[in-house]
Design a protein around this ligand. Structure first.
Ligand code: SAH
Ligand code: SF4
Length: 353
């Protein structure tokens, strides 16, 4: 079986030509897959029936199998996919009242970074996803939305995994999401735990994609205790890479800060963060911790969270507190959802500016 979703336009043309098919068939197929969002060959009614039958036995559109799906009252869909070799990954679709439809997709099955408060980090890494497996998560939502007369407008790589630990897979998928799904670059976000070589490489891609950095602490001892990767690339080289990224791309950086009660939410910590980020064009998203089974920390309360944001504002660092909303399907989704909302608000602010 050959996965047509995994083929570039050239590869698809060559594959069909090798079967004795004319070049326009490749264009027709791609239009069905990406523009019209056909999830199977049966729908491709202007292809000869014999060709459709042959494709159905020799080719597939993607390799993911949905195993469960939960839908919340507000329309958020959280889906669990099984990969061809049995590993599981999550993808989430979030609808917003203003018409935006945001997919949050995974770049790895599990994650090797071991951040202590993260449910994915607690499971360890199973493997990298291929570009096609990452693309497919977004493509399925894209196709389903087309069928409902809607369109996928935003994609965030904030699901399972560290995108820069699977750099080629993730950036390959970003390029195909732009080219094949037609999603605007500014409506795509890549979030990283702070792999400095990845940030430096990303700065040279010439992409207008948003970059989010999971910071969570501003001193090496504290950040190292939460995010083991900090022992390799500490706070200083990380912020330096962000400053260089900004200089090279002219783009603003987002910082994610999970507020953990008594751990990283004091006014002194806020002042230190404010000083650290001074002069960097950025935005800080403050998200009260979403408790997970493997970590004893608790979320910061609303008043302290607002106080933290106010201190950052004193330093001229824009910050938004996202209060986790009650999502009836899974707390993890709430976390994801709020993070994405924060990014969208920023996007609106940037668009207005
Ligand atoms: N690996 C990438 C992208 C996926 S994680 C990264 O770490 O940036 C998406 C975001 O969720 C990150 O900012 C991560 O730090 C945060 N996160 C993970 N677990 C969390 C939790 N329990 N509560 C709040 N934020 C969490
Ligand atoms: Fe979780 Fe991201 Fe850390 Fe991986 S890098 S463990 S996904 S927070």
């Amino acid at each position: 079986m050959i996965d047509l979703l995994a083929l570039s336009p050239d590869e698809l043309s060559r594959t069909l030509a090798a079967q004795g098919l004319p070049a326009f068939r490749a264009r027709q197929l791609r239009a069905w897959i990406f523009e019209r969002g056909a999830l199977d060959f049966d729908r491709m009614t202007d292809l000869p029936a014999a060709l459709r039958a042959r494709l159905a036995t020799q080719a597939t559109l993607g390799t993911l199998r949905a195993v469960t799906e939960q839908q919340s009252a507000d329309g958020t869909i959280k889906r669990l996919y099984r990969l061809h070799d049995g590993h599981l990954v999550e993808a989430v679709l979030m609808p917003y009242d203003d018409g935006r439809r945001t997919a949050c997709i995974s770049s790895q099955a599990g994650c090797a970074m071991g951040c202590v408060f993260c449910a994915t980090g607690q499971m360890g890494l199973a493997r990298n996803l291929s570009t096609a497996e990452i693309l497919e998560q977004a493509w399925r939502f894209h196709a389903e939305l087309i069928a409902r007369g809607e369109r996928l407008s935003n994609v965030v790589l904030m699901g399972m995994g560290e995108p820069f630990h699977n750099y080629d897979g993730a950036i390959g998928a970003v390029r195909r999401i732009i080219d094949d799904l037609g999603i605007g670059q500014r409506h795509i976000t890549v979030s990283t735990v702070g792999l400095v070589p990845g940030i430096r490489r990303f700065a040279l891609e010439g992409l207008q994609v948003k970059l989010a950095i999971s910071l969570h602490a501003s001193t090496d001892p504290r950040r190292g205790a939460l995010l083991p990767v900090n022992r390799k690339w500490g706070v200083e080289p990380l912020i330096e890479a962000c400053r260089d990224y900004q200089e090279q791309t002219g783009r603003r950086v987002s910082f994610e800060w999970a507020l953990i009660r008594g751990e990283n939410d004091s006014p002194e910590e806020a002042h230190r963060l404010g000083r650290l980020l001074r002069g960097l064009r950025c935005h800080v998203n403050l998200i009260p911790l979403n408790p997970t089974a493997g970590y004893p920390g608790a979320p910061t309360g609303p008043a302290d969270a607002q106080g933290f944001a106010a201190v950052l504002e004193q330093h001229g660092v824009p910050a938004t507190v996202r209060v986790r909303r009650g999502i009836d399907i899974d707390a993890g989704c709430g976390q994801l959802r709020d993070r994405v909302l924060a990014l969208q608000e920023e996007e609106e602010a940037t668009d207005r500016a």
